[in-house]
Design a protein around this ligand. Structure first.
Ligand code: ADP
Ligand code: MG
Length: 696
């Protein structure tokens, strides 16, 4: 349970004075969370320096931002409300008129009572030698000088939300921020020159100059480190828990594996051999396996996973392969069935499409052990899916699944099922740690032999005709091509229209050799189309981005991507990876619109320079900032509130080591520091992980 000391931080925004339901909703959309703590994580984006406070005769010419102390003389209430409302004021050196359009008399007389002294801050202009300030930004009593004549933090807003509202709410939120016990290691704090948590929060919201709003300040680094530490601690706790589940030793006799290896038309690469041995060793060990198999698209992960699954089946156990889409599930089924059916291995599919009686029958066979390998989508996670004895779960393209979902699959079947996670997303190394912690990893860095480099060209859309002609010529010569149409807008319907239009145009030129697949099609139709493309009945496959993940047609050698500038680098890389899978020379054409932004140009340039997914991922991170790489919600990568990996990436390995040391010396988080670390986990809403802490 969340410690009481954090309660003020997890109070709703509405608990702040002046914030009703309407403002709370606006504020939540600006700051990205419903609670006071979310407001604290909303750091200033800039500053306004109001420290310049001259007497009136020293106010410079022009439009000067100044904070002046004046005595209020008189309110000149306009007879016609469309006329401006004026308030005459003076100091000992001159006079100043405050001007309000649509001023509200009652309110202004309360704010600026005649005969009293007030501090006002805003832009001062001269009209015919007369000083005027229209709509002061700030008005305060003399004792509020430290607030008004200060450097003011400026926050990102949302339409309808005023800067002053956020500033005021923030001041109260900061006042209500409790001192929290220190969860950081004293030597680290000393070495980095950090201040305690509460002070760091206050400093982060009290910039004195422009550089103070950067994520690189000491205060922001400390707060970022806190978050990274919470993240690493949470990952380790989850991993520890899964390790603590007794595993079992799975060590097959090699009978099925040898038969498959003999039937394969190729030999495993050295990288595949190494990865497979690492996996088999983990499976043979008595603990539970939790291993990541990372490899770029086309690096040959599937066969490695299949061999691992066969090792489990050799021991009389079952294996499950979980993939993100129905198409992929069917593709894997086809490839795997061809290889293992002759050996008597029973493979079956379970997807969301299975309903009613067939689904019941599949579930029955799974529970009875009449299926050896089940391949499926999220449907595998549904209730009622039970195995007779599940030895290994392989999760493909894991970035589409959350950590907890992955664990859910093996929950309840308390047999210490081994887990292999496969990822084709070349996550930058810095990010790997945040997602997987120090999960054991095997990497396939080398591609299977015989692959030729993909010739990548960027061509402006005006030259579309030339590209069409070239594709037609290639297709006449027997080639197969993907033609990818982009995300035109948020709406699938408009995307579809673009793809359909392109399909119609190509069909006119190429006749029945063109086909179309898109996300709104019935799954069966989509598979039928992919099947026709795979067999060669169709030569050009026009597609929305559904082809992105995992489709394997080695005979395809041409990839045309329309409006390539609209895609992210990682996505372009994945798409390009659909070609260059066979022995034929492949090419990728990036069609771009003329209004190319600087970043868009840089992306296409990188893609032309390299096919190395890891390098592309690093460049992507550099170009967009971690925020955006992480931003895509469906990515399943953790979203940080405070840490910005582009700025704080260096702290990540430190946090990882720190978390490991802590859990080694104090696994129950029972010491004083441990207690504080529990609060840290809750502060960053790692509640589920905190609940896993071993009691006692
Ligand atoms: P990934 O899942 O890593 O994207 P795949 O497992 O789909 O890659 O492999 C891509 C292609 O490479 C497949 O057609 C597969 O048959 C082939 N392949 C896998 N390993 C080898 C190898 N060692 N030698 C040659 N081809 C291979
Ligand atoms: Mg794959």
């Amino acid at each position: 349970m969340r410690p009481e000391i954090l309660f003020p931080l997890f109070a709703p925004l509405r608990s702040l004075p002046g914030i009703g339901p309407r403002l709370a909703a606006l504020m939540q959309s600006a700051i990205g969370g419903p609670n006071v703590v979310d407001l604290l994580w909303h750091f200033p984006a800039g500053i306004i320096d109001r420290r310049f406070s001259p007497v009136l005769k020293d106010v410079p010419e022009g439009d000067a931002l100044a904070t002046v102390t004046v005595e209020i003389d008189a309110h000149l209430v306009p007879r016609n409300p469309r006329q401006p409302y004026r308030i005459r004021t003076h100091d000992e050196t001159g006079s100043l008129t405050l001007v309000y359009f649509r001023g509200h008399e009652e309110h202004l007389k309360r704010l600026l009572p005649a005969g009293e002294t007030r501090i006002v801050s805003g832009r001062i202009q001269r009209y015919d030698g007369e000083l005027q300030m229209t709509h002061p930004d700030q008005v305060g009593k003399p004792e509020d000088r430290h607030i008004v004549a200060a450097v003011e933090p400026v926050y990102r807003l949302t339409a309808g939300l005023a800067q002053s509202i956020v500033q005021k709410a923030m001041r109260v939120a900061l006042e209500r921020t409790p001192e929290l016990p220190e969860w950081l290691d004293a030597p680290l704090v000393a070495r980095e020159g950090w201040v305690p948590w509460r002070m760091a929060v206050h400093e982060a919201h009290a910039p004195a100059s422009e550089v103070d709003v950067l994520p690189t300040t000491l205060a922001r680094r400390r707060l970022a480190y806190d978050e990274l530490l919470a993240n690493q601690l949470a990952l380790l706790l989850i991993r520890e828990r899964s390790r603590r589940r007794a595993g079992r030793s799975i060590r097959g006799d090699g009978r099925l594996r040898n038969a498959v290896l003999a039937a394969l038309p190729y030999r495993l690469t050295a990288a595949q051999e190494v990865a497979l041995n690492e996996i088999l060793n983990d499976m043979a060990a008595p603990n539970r396996m939790l291993r990541l198999l990372q490899g770029d698209v086309g690096s040959g992960k599937t066969v490695v996973a299949l061999l691992a699954m066969l090792a489990a089946i050799e021991c009389g156990l079952q294996a499950a392969l979980m993939v993100p889409t129905e198409i992929l599930a069917r593709q894997h089924l086809r490839v795997i069935e061809d290889l293992v059916r002759p050996l008597g291995v029973r493979v079956s599919l379970l997807t969301g499409r299975d309903r009613g009686r067939p689904r019941q029958e599949t579930l029955r066979r799974l529970a009875a052990g009449e299926i050896d390998i089940v391949i499926g989508t999220h449907a595998l996670l549904q209730e009622g899916v039970e195995f007779r004895d599940l030895g290994l779960v392989v999760v493909d393209e894991q970035h589409r699944f959350g950590v907890y979902q992955r664990l859910a699959l093996t929950d309840g079947q308390d047999k210490g099922t081994d887990v292999l996670v496969m990822s084709a997303t070349p996550i930058p190394r810095t990010l790997t740690l945040t997602v997987y912690g120090d999960m054991d990893a095997s990497r396939l860095e080398e591609k299977p032999p015989g692959r030729q480099p993909i010739v990548t060209r960027a061509i402006p859309l005006e030259r579309l005709d030339e590209v069409v002609t070239a594709v037609r010529r290639a297709v006449d010569g027997g080639a197969r091509a993907y033609w990818v149409c982009p995300l035109v807008s948020e709406s699938e319907t408009t995307d579809l229209a673009a793809a359909e239009e392109r399909y119609a145009a190509l069909r006119e030129l190429l006749g029945a050799r063109v086909d179309l697949v898109h996300g709104k099609m019935k799954a069966t139709d989509r598979e039928a189309a992919l099947e026709r493309f795979a067999t060669g009945d169709v030569a050009v496959l026009v597609a929305t981005t559904v082809v992105e993940v995992g489709v394997d047609v080695p005979q395809a050698t041409i990839m045309v991507i329309e409006h390539a500038e609209r895609f992210g680098l990682a996505q372009l890389h994945q798409l390009r990876g659909r070609v260059g899978r066979g022995a034929g020379a492949s090419s990728c054409v990036l069609l771009y619109a003329p209004s190319l932004t600087e970043a868009g140009r840089a992306r296409l340039q990188i893609l032309r320079q390299t096919e190395d997914g890891f390098r592309i991922a690093e460049e992507d991170l550099r170009l967009r900032g971690a925020g955006e790489v992480l931003g895509a919600r469906q990515s399943g990568l953790p979203e940080f509130r405070v840490a910005d990996l582009a700025a704080h990436g260096d702290l990540l390995p430190v946090a990882r080591d720190d978390a490991m040391r802590v859990l080694h010396s104090d696994p129950g988080l029972a010491t004083q520091r441990g207690e504080a670390l529990r609060a840290l986990l809750y502060l960053f809403e790692r509640d589920a992980a905190a609940a896993l802490i071993r009691s006692g």
